[in-house]
Design a protein around this ligand. Sequence first.
Ligand code: G3P
Length: 222
Amino acid sequence: MKFFIDTANLEQIKEAQELGVLDGVTTNPSLMAKEGITGEENIKAHYLKICDIVNGDVSAEVIATTYEEMIAEGELLAALHPQITVKVPMIRDGVKAIKYFSSKGIKTNCTLVFSAGQALLAAKAGATYVSPFIGRLDDVSTDGMLLIEDIVQIYANYGYKTQVLAASVRHPMHILQCAKVGADVVTCPLNAIMALLKHPLTDNGLKQFLEDHAKAAQKAAL
Ligand code: G3P
């Protein structure tokens, strides 16, 4: 399973990259706004900085919501760097735009997916990735993980190439459950990735090893 980081924060992207487990980055307009990145040129420059840090795909979301505008904006984004994946919302014109981008060999990430039917359409249109939002479904008392499971099964039934990119991941259990049901990618905040590291028995065990080593070294020095 690939690990993407879901942020536009360069420090966090560097930290995940330095850990050696990062396969890509996803952003969205809210995450870009959170970093104070506005204006066409600043936005483009920021995507290029992200591409410099990470080796894998970097999702850059279109702001346009009509077919023609999405095509124009997506083509500009895709031309920025070979790692750029054009992120397109799951709306009627978005599906048409994904079909167009797919015919031109431009990578796409179909976002804001909340049902298996939407995911089926994204795959039919040839999306590279589909982004079902787990946490936001959990937020409205609907099991987001069941959606990931359904999409994985549907895609396997027909051999769709679209990769299931589980988004709106909030905690380490989401990551583990995605791995169990066979999601291709999880995109997570840095704290969810780092939380996978934690176990009190690891910390206690390491403390004990180091204490025992120090004691033995002291004894040998006497
Ligand atoms: O990038 C889309 C998604 O991951 C958003 O997550 O936590 O805002 O629901 P969240």
